[in-house]
Design a protein around this ligand. Sequence first.
Ligand code: NAD
Length: 252
Amino acid sequence: MIRVGLLGCGNIGHIIAKNRGNFEITALYDIIFDKARELADISGGVPYDDFDSFVMQDFDYVIEAASVKAVRLYGEKVLRNKKNLIVMSVGALGDVEYRKDLVGIAREYGMKIHIPSGAITGLDNLKAGQIAKIESLLLKTTKSPASLGITTDKKVLVFRGKANECIKEFPKNVNVSVALSLAAGMDAEVELWADPAVERNIHEIFLSAEFGDIYIRVNNVQSPDNPATSYLAALSILTLLNNLENPLVVGT
Ligand SMILES: NC(=O)c1ccc[n+]([C@@H]2O[C@H](COP(=O)([O-])OP(=O)(O)OC[C@H]3O[C@@H](n4cnc5c(N)ncnc54)[C@H](O)[C@@H]3O)[C@@H](O)[C@H]2O)c1
């Protein structure tokens, strides 16, 4: 049984706690203690009201489902406490210097940093871009204005530019753009649209490379409690955990 510490007990945390399969939740931490306590009741783990006590407990993986800021605050401590780190708020790794430091610490302590596919698909073979040249990579994301925290009655472009810049302005919405960039080995271009007509989070990936062209369109069902988060994102963590100990590895 894999033992997990849950950092962040919001929407994704709930889905994880309710779908335990080959893992148990040993410890929980949230900046709002009541949230950790509520999920502890569901999962049987122990809630902690300070991070240092949480991270010292006996488990193998920290699942971060909190925020970009939480990764920056706690990522290093997780690894130094000999826990592998599963990062949902991957936008934190958009900062090149921070990422290098964190990866260095993981290497030093023999730990892994996992980035689940989150709300998109295709990260597996985009890694071919680290070997063969990619000419262009664009992520076009369309969400409801509410999930972007804005009001508009017509479709508007709210951001166009590099993934590493977009995540600074929209840390809760475009984590996938940084995951895409890390997989491909280049900073993706991003267009972020707000559209009152959409009920789902739509991610379109356009890639042109030495090995061919790729177009992927993901039409995501929103999580009931948080329209900014796609249900698929939570499922991708469960999938990752499900397959960690499987000797048959599918996909790159
Ligand atoms: N990679 C992806 O594809 C992808 C997809 C969806 C969501 N996300 C990211 O995953 C994270 C969690 O999403 P969610 O829908 O569960 O969000 P949520 O807002 O429902 O829950 C986040 C929880 O983390 C807690 N939290 C926030 N900052 C904290 C901190 N510094 N220390 C401790 N606890 C803290 C909050 O109190 C809250 O309970 C978000 O950062 C979101 O942007 C990534």
